[in-house]
Design a protein around this ligand. Structure first.
Ligand SMILES: *Cc1c(COP(=O)(O)O)cnc(C)c1O
Length: 372
């Protein structure tokens, strides 16, 4: 007896596709035709694309996996993921470069991080080389949805894994599913950059020695109340402090902090309960090797933040989102960069890293994975 759990497209945005039934000249010639989507206005929502990858783990081994057109998942009512949230994920993007290639950015680091997440959640590792191959295959199969260069839009890639066999006594599931789907997403800074206002949260994101350093769905489930509370109070995001002493800066719900000191040093918090953002790690390399700036990863006390010149949030979605103001229980920290633009160093970091991702600036060895 199986219950069918469907994801029937509720909450998805309709795709404004303007195609006709007739074959276009490109199709007749066998040339891949881009979907005619309104790339600038698709926003950040789930749009179903044509193909996704699915592999199953049973009897102690992964099967070969395959691409499928079926966006729905059928599982038992008692599946481990449904009862005890045994699931983790990754987030990455495919870009069209200036010279028309389709690439992803440092997928080896996503593969490694997913391995780390799986081990901490007692889930089987999907081999890293197969992870990269699955991502490559899914992007290639959905090439028509990879937004064109210059549109500002990208193809978001979501690899994830979950316990699918029944679990009622608390223990790891015996069977798992690994999937990768894609969804086109619009430009993050549509209508210009708007620096964020964030609050120092009274909630904690991650416990010392907990799961803050892995990309587990459970970290997000428990952050929903905190973010809805912040939004209701008029803030864009939460700044979480270390749960142990509530003295040091950790991160937001889904992005790492990067600060610029008044003497142009780029610094980022060091903590075992922060999720190691690939964007943040890459920006630190860019700061040092491309911009010649001094960089430092160290514990950063909330108390120091008022002395910094710039603040940004780093993650795949936005690369860097500038923070204009931090509010700590009524005490305001307003950064000199203000509420209308990125600070100068933040802007240079942003331009350099997006330049590398879009193929306008030479990348360090191994950063760009060419799909086609
Ligand atoms: C995914 C994530 C980030 C950003 O990581 P990137 O690899 O740069 O996308 C930051 N913080 C949390 C909690 C995350 O889950």
């Amino acid at each position: 007896m199986y219950n069918i759990v469907t994801c029937n497209g509720e909450g998805t945005e309709s795709l404004q596709e303007e195609t006709t039934e007739e074959m276009t000249e490109g199709e007749e010639l066998g040339i891949m035709e881009k979907k005619n989507l309104d790339w600038a206005n698709i926003g950040f929502g789930y749009h179903e694309t044509d193909k996704r990858f699915v592999a199953n783990y049973k009897n102690g081994a992964w099967d070969d996996g395959a691409l499928t057109e079926d966006a729905n998942i059928v599982m038992n009512e008692c599946a481990g993921v449904l009862q005890y949230a045994q699931t983790c994920f990754e987030g990455m993007k495919a870009y069209t470069t200036e010279d028309g290639r389709i690439v992803t950015f440092r997928p080896d680091l996503n593969a490694q991080r997913m391995e780390d997440s799986c081990k901490r959640l007692e889930m089987p590792v999907f081999p890293q080389d197969r992870f990269i191959q699955a991502v490559t295959d899914v992007v290639a199969a959905n090439e028509a949805y990879v937004p064109p260069y210059g549109s500002g839009a990208t193809l978001y890639i979501r690899p994830y894994m979950f316990g699918i066999s029944p679990v009622i006594g608390v223990r790891p599931a015996e069977e798992y599913q690994f999937r990768v789907f894609t969804t086109p997403v619009g430009p993050y800074f549509k209508g210009g950059v708007k620096p964020l206002t964030i609050k120092v949260s009274d909630f904690d994101r991650a416990a010392p020695h907990g799961t803050g350093h892995i990309k587990a769905g459970l970290n997000y489930a428990m952050s929903l109340h905190a973010i809805m509370t912040a939004h209701a109070e008029g803030f864009d995001e939460n700044m979480y402090l270390d749960a142990g002493s509530r003295t040091y800066v950790e991160e937001t719900g889904g992005a790492n902090f990067l600060f610029v000191t008044k003497d142009n040093k780029v610094i980022t918090p060091k903590s075992d309960s922060i999720l190691p953002s690939i964007t943040r790690r890459s920006l630190m390399t860019v700061a040092k090797d491309y911009l010649g700036l001094e960089v430092e990863e160290r514990p950063i006390a909330l108390e120091e933040v008022k002395d910094f010149a710039e603040c940004g949030l780093c993650g795949t979605a936005a690369v860097i989102s500038p923070v204009g103001k931090i509010v700590d229980h009524g005490k305001e920290i307003a950064f000199p960069s203000g509420m209308s633009e990125m600070g100068p160093v933040t802007k240079k970091l942003y331009d350099t890293l997006t330049g590398i991702q879009m193929g306008r600036i030479d990348a360090p060895e191994g950063w760009i994975h060419v799909i086609k």
